[in-house]
Design a protein around this ligand. Structure first.
Ligand SMILES: [Zn+2]
Length: 272
């Protein structure tokens, strides 16, 4: 990507029920760069919405359904999870999307190495299927906000090394919440970018996909998303690190007031 883009997680709230077309107008008015298609309850998009998204020159990413577990014990759940990620990737790709993200799975009390292998084998099926269809969209497991969910930064970087089209989606607020308040200083943010740059190369830093929101958390990790100014999340130092590392790609704002915090993030970033 040519620059760092600021996206809303879904259609801006001000669009009410008027859909994508109105949503893109609001993004224009607010000088925001795009949006993440929220397929969190299923990969469904009407023909009218497809047209609006295809016609837009905004940056598009997509979030796969929450109902995904690539470490499920039951074969039917595994197959459905693989299918939901493929469907998300196919739909986003057909609409000119840059990247898709998903929560890969749960440990279910199993040893992390075993879970890693299970998830890796399903990612292999997904990437091979997409490759066969000529689909090269980025496939991104997201860093998760609870210790019961697979996907800390090390696991996701390790997985990304194994596949050409896989890179991390770094949810910085999840990393902050996952271990009850760490990952909230400039140095910690720099260490994340250093690690990704060193292990995955410049391509990862120039095609970044991040999630940022205010967040409430406790000993078990994420509780809920908050607006940035209501939370302790240190977005200012994070954006300084984005700037100093010259990161390019998409930052998706997942605060409840999606477009207002997306604008807060972009305005602060531009002021640096
Ligand atoms: Zn997510």
């Amino acid at each position: 990507m040519k620059k760092l883009n600021f996206l809303t997680a879904g259609i801006p709230l001000r669009a009410g029920n008027k859909g994508y077309e109105e949503g893109f107008k609001i993004l224009d008015d607010m000088n925001l760069d795009g949006l993440e298609l929220e397929f969190v309850r299923g990969v469904r998009i009407s023909d009218k919405s497809r047209e609006a998204v295809s016609a837009s020159e905004k940056v598009i990413t997509a979030h796969a359904p929450f109902y995904v577990n690539l470490n499920a014990r039951e074969e039917d759940k595994l197959a459905a999870s693989v299918e939901r990620i493929i469907e998300t990737a196919e739909t986003a790709n057909s609409l000119g999307g840059f990247s898709i993200t998903f929560h890969a799975g749960f440990y279910l009390g199993q040893a992390p190495d075993l879970v890693y292998d299970n998830i890796k084998s399903k990612i292999k099926v997904i990437t091979e299927t997409l490759e066969k269809n000529g689909n090269k969209i980025w496939i991104r497991p997201e860093t998760t906000g609870k210790a019961t969910q697979w996907g800390d930064l090390d696991e996701i970087v390790r997985l990304s090394k194994e596949f050409k089209t896989v890179l991390p989606c770094v949810d910085f607020s999840h990393l902050h919440a996952r271990y009850n308040g760490i990952s909230n200083t400039y140095d910690e943010f720099c260490a994340i970018f250093d690690k990704i740059g060193n292990e995955l190369g410049n391509i990862a830093l120039e095609n970044f996909h991040a999630h940022i929101a205010g967040i409430e958390y406790g000993a078990k990790g994420e509780k809920k998303h908050l607006n940035l100014e209501e939370s302790d999340f240190n977005y200012k130092d994070l954006l300084k690190a984005f700037k100093n590392f010259g990161i390019k790609g998409a930052v998706v704002c997942e605060s409840p007031n999606i477009e207002d915090d997306a604008k807060l993030l972009k305005d602060y970033y531009m002021s640096l």
